[in-house]
Ligand binder design. Structure first.
Ligand code: C2O
Ligand code: CU
Ligand code: CU
Length: 516
């Protein structure tokens, strides 16, 4: 397969700023939005023909939904997509051959919403709601937006095809703002920019390329057959390949989202500048953290300030560290460019505060339950790689059933050879620690022997999180209080190829009768 990116020139397209979606109407303090999923073509690079995509309201990535804390929103997510998918669907699992091919359901990642608005994978629906999944309940979703200000994102979550629906373009940002944050005098308005990163490969004709099989397919495997990962050959930010943005010599706030299927970014600036991270998945951190490198796992959000005031006239490249063993032909060590070429239009009065917000520590809570959950690699009947949570499949009965309002520690024991970004719906958790163990020994006799002490989370992880890197050969512990709503949710690995097959499990938050 010829991939066109070798010919694609870097930094020739201006970074698009996703538009902010306007509500159709306001009712009291509540807004009503209608968002349509459609197929369209969009120019992703100066030298590429417009690429066929699926997106929200004809945009890739989708429009930004921007709300104030405490202002509930109602969103009608409508499927206006064709009946045939344009990416290769493996129908050999989850009974997909019996289901309509194009199914969608939107999940607002990081949101604390009721189950019927959470985008349960089996609450899918087809074009015009003609067919609906077994868990489908309502056409209009309701988001309370009761939680603290944060950068959330919405994306497709349909069972068994999430990787393909998101790859086709079904993702967008959702911002909740609050007063606490507004008082901090952070860079705002045109100095606050979302950076939605993802990787994609292209065919010669400019169409998206997603391989129909793993790299080493066996004869007995179907075609299409799901891959255990996908790494694209180009990087896109806000829907452009290797874009640039002109900036003033002043401070900017960037809301970084890794919306890639599998890729982890290791970001740094070639000017040697630092990032000032102020926020994470669940909103502001306690304190600003100065960092030269930012690791961003799939689905993680990093809210950072970059100060260009001492770089007037310079070009600063946002790079992705591919490590010492990188293939010299790999172009994805570049992400985008900042050209500090705009004149300073006004004095920069924004600040990088040292202290940001208060975050209560969950470690004070009474822990009702500790769950040991293994992240394991296995093989399916055909000998294909199959990744599992605690050796169970999506279809197995629910086992994670925290009580409403209770605090639990989830101890994720990664016995595979790579990092899995683990995401839990409904809640924001805190990372307790990570402790390394001898993976070889585990593979020989199944015992866990620690090889070092438990390490506290990184400074920029000491905040509310909904997605955590669980590295190979380590036990990653998170603590959470389960609520505010009971019902059916999910937890999963956010490498979308893993989530689809089969690193996703139901989670049921149960109400118990206190008087019993
Ligand atoms: Cu971002 Cu369950 O997903
Ligand atoms: Cu989520
Ligand atoms: Cu995974």
């Amino acid at each position: 397969m010829d991939i066109v990116n070798k010919k694609l020139k870097k930094f020739v397209d201006a970074l698009p700023i996703p538009e902010i979606l306007k509500p159709l109407r306001k009712y009291k303090d509540e807004s009503y939005y209608k968002v349509q999923m459609t197929e369209f073509r969009q120019k992703l690079h100066r030298d590429l023909r417009p690429t066929r995509l699926w997106g929200y309201n004809g945009q890739f990535p989708g429009p930004v939904i921007d709300v104030q804390r405490g202002e509930p929103t109602h969103v009608k997510w409508e499927n206006k997509l064709p009946d045939k998918h344009f990416l290769p669907i493996d129908k050999s699992f989850h009974n997909l051959e019996k289901l309509p091919e194009v199914r969608t359901v939107t999940h607002l990642h990081g949101s604390q919403s009721k189950p019927e608005s959470d985008g349960y994978p089996e609450a899918w629906f087809t074009r015009n709601f003609r067919d609906t999944g077994p868990q489908f309940k309502n056409k209009v979703y309701h988001y309370p937006n009761h939680q603290r200000g944060a950068t959330l994102w919405y994306h497709d979550h349909a069972m068994g095809i999430t990787r393909l629906n998101v790859y086709a373009g079904l993702a967008g940002m959702y911002i909740i703002r609050d007063e606490r944050e507004e008082r901090l005098n952070l860079p705002s308005e045109e100095y606050e920019i979302p950076l939605i990163m993802m990787d994609r490969s292209f065919q010669d004709n400019g169409e998206l390329f997603y391989p129909s099989q793993p790299d080493d397919p066996q004869e007995n495997w179907p075609n299409p057959s799901i891959r255990p990962f996908f790494i694209g050959e180009t990087n896109l930010v806000n829907g452009k390949i290797w874009p640039y943005v002109e900036v003033e010599p002043r401070k900017y706030r960037f809301r970084i989202l890794n919306a890639a299927n599998t890729r982890t970014y290791q970001l740094f600036l070639d000017s040697g500048q630092s990032f000032y991270q102020i926020g994470s998945d669940g909103g502001l951190m306690r304190k600003t953290v100065k960092l030269d490198n930012l690791a961003v796992e799939p689905a993680e959000r990093l809210d950072v300030i970059i100060d260009f005031s001492k770089h007037e006239g310079e070009t600063v490249t946002l790079k992705n560290d591919l490590g010492p063993d990188a293939d010299p032909d790999d172009e994805t060590g570049d992400v985008m460019q900042f050209k500090v070429t705009l004149p300073l239009t006004s004095v920069d009065r924004s600040r990088i505060p040292r202290y940001l917000t208060r975050i209560p520590s969950l470690s004070e809570n009474k822990v009702q339950r500790i769950r040991n959950l293994k992240l394991v690699g296995s093989t399916d009947k055909l000998g294909r790689p199959l990744l599992l949570l605690d050796n169970k499949k999506w279809m197995d009965p629910v086992t994670e059933t925290p009580e409403l309002g209770s605090t639990e520690i989830w101890s994720m024991i990664n016995v595979t050879n790579f990092t899995h970004p683990i995401h839990i719906h409904l809640i924001q958790f805190q990372i307790v620690d990570r402790q390394p163990f001898d993976l070889n020994r585990y593979n020989q006799d199944g015992t866990i022997n620690f090889t070092g002490p438990a390490k506290p989370p990184h400074p920029n992880e000491k905040s509310w999180k909904d997605t955590v890197a669980a590295p190979a050969g380590q036990i990653t512990r998170v603590i959470a209080s389960f609520g505010p709503f009971p019902g059916d949710y999910v937890w999963h690995c956010h490498i979308l190829e893993h989530e689809d097959y089969d690193m996703m499990r139901p989670m049921k938050v149960i109400e118990t009768d206190k008087w019993e």
